[in-house]
Design a protein around this ligand. Structure first.
Ligand SMILES: C[S@@+](CC[C@H](N)C(=O)[O-])C[C@H]1O[C@@H](n2cnc3c(N)ncnc32)[C@H](O)[C@@H]1O
Length: 396
């Protein structure tokens, strides 16, 4: 393909990604893969170049663009070499006319930035779109961080995490045989802090109410030496069914899964009410803390979707609270730096649940900043995904 044809292809793919972001459809990665399957004539160099253009546009443009061309023009304005490829040659993009609309660049729209927790400063905002490193978590049931350090000597320990090992972002760690042997998981430090904050111990009954594919469930099993009885729930069958094979690979034997029907969570968990020592609610959210990895989430953010997340989080926290035994713990976590999903959500919970108290001291020294009754982690300050965590104790 000519360089100009690659630009035109990137524009067409961006059109599809923008439409999907608006409609709540498939994520950018899936659309890109599908688009490349439909263009088998594109070689590996073409594919790399097109991918670079598409993701540069997603990182650069702050909200869903009117068109793929508007997004690419915004990049071209800052890149004369790219602009020169808008030359009207066959298969390339048409020449640029002066009054064509451009997508707006930047981290996020001012309206979205206003929703950020007040602790999120300029340095945090800038770090939110930087390339993320690759964080591993040594699985204590099969390995240790020392063993990971021997396998991946280019890494470094992650502050406050006994099992955390950080590698450069481009490392192909999962292709190493130790991954298939269950020696480690790829897991951002923020998720590792969250799982550790639950504080689960051997002999306890734990419920992971929003387990997804089990990232935190497996970290909890590892920390408790496979001696906590864990019930992993989710409403998403495709995600939850990834957990049993992952648990098998990790050597975690005490995890049971339960697929919940949306709207019937309480009824399906009726026999578990008031019995769990610890419950984690790693709730669905805007994902505003994960833009380093999924910059496209900025394009999907709308007030209506945020309202929906906030309502679902409150509902899940209330169910989680009812599952906790007297004196037990509820850990609320979201990969978000938006106030309504974080500190405000917990303030409202504490108003609805008199007698519950907020814990302290469940994060390593120097990690996170106090944000209301919980803690905020940010890429700029803590070097991990943006996360809000709050651990709460039930009245006895
Ligand atoms: C942030 S993700 C969880 C990630 C997971 N804990 C991990 O560590 O990989 C939120 C999950 O909540 C699930 N979810 C959404 N609504 C739910 C509900 N009503 N009950 C249980 N799970 C729900 C979603 O399917 C999604 O998997």
């Amino acid at each position: 393909m000519t360089p100009a044809a690659r630009v035109q292809t990137a524009i067409e793919i961006l059109d599809a990604i923008a439409t999907s972001a608006r409609d709540g459809g498939a994520p950018a990665d899936a659309i890109f893969a599908e688009a490349m399957r439909a263009r088998r004539y594109a070689g590996s160099k073409d594919r790399r170049a097109i991918r670079g253009l598409v993701y540069d546009a997603i990182r650069g443009v702050r909200s869903v663009p009117a068109s793929g061309r508007a997004a690419m023009l915004a990049l071209a304005d800052a890149d004369p070499e790219l602009a020169a490829l808008f030359d009207g040659t066959p298969y390339g993009p048409a020449a640029i006319s002066a009054d064509e609309p451009r997508a707006e660049t930047g981290i996020a729209t001012p309206a979205l930035i206003k929703l950020f927790d007040p602790l999120v400063g300029k340095a945090d905002r800038e770090a939110m779109l930087a390339r993320a490193p690759l964080d591993l978590r040594a699985n204590r049931l099969r390995s240790s961080r020392d063993e990971l350090a021997l396998i991946f000597p280019d890494g470094e320990a992650i502050a406050g995490l006994a099992d955390g090992w950080r590698l450069p972002g481009e490392t192909a760690a999962v292709q190493h045989s130790s991954y298939a042997e269950g020696q480690f998981e790829v897991q951002d430090a923020a998720s590792q802090y969250a799982a550790a904050a639950l504080g689960a111990e051997a002999g306890e009954v734990v419920i992971d109410l929003c387990a997804g594919a089990g990232g935190k469930t497996l970290a909890i099993a590892s920390a408790a030496g496979d001696e906590a009885a864990i019930l992993a729930c989710d409403t998403n069958r495709a995600r939850l069914q990834q957990l049993p094979p992952r648990a098998h690979r990790a050597g975690a034997t005490a995890i049971e899964t339960l697929l919940l029907n949306p709207g019937q969570e309480r009824a399906m968990l009726a026999d578990r009410m008031g019995k769990a020592d610890r419950v984690i609610v790693d709730a669905p959210c805007s994902g505003s803390g994960t833009w380093r990895r999924s910059p496209e989430l900025r394009w999907r953010s709308t007030p209506v979707r945020l309202d929906r997340h906030v309502a679902e989080q409150a509902k899940l926290m209330d169910i989680g609270a009812d599952l906790v035994a007297p004196g037990g713990k509820l850990l609320y976590a979201v990969c978000s730096i938006i106030t309504r999903e974080g500190r405000a959500q917990v303030d409202d919970f504490l108003k609805r649940h008199p007698g519950w108290t907020a814990d302290d001291g469940y994060l390593p020294e120097g990690v996170g900043r106090a944000a209301g009754s919980g803690f905020l982690l940010t890429p700029g300050r803590d070097g991990c995904d943006g996360f809000f965590l709050a651990r709460l104790t039930a009245p006895c």
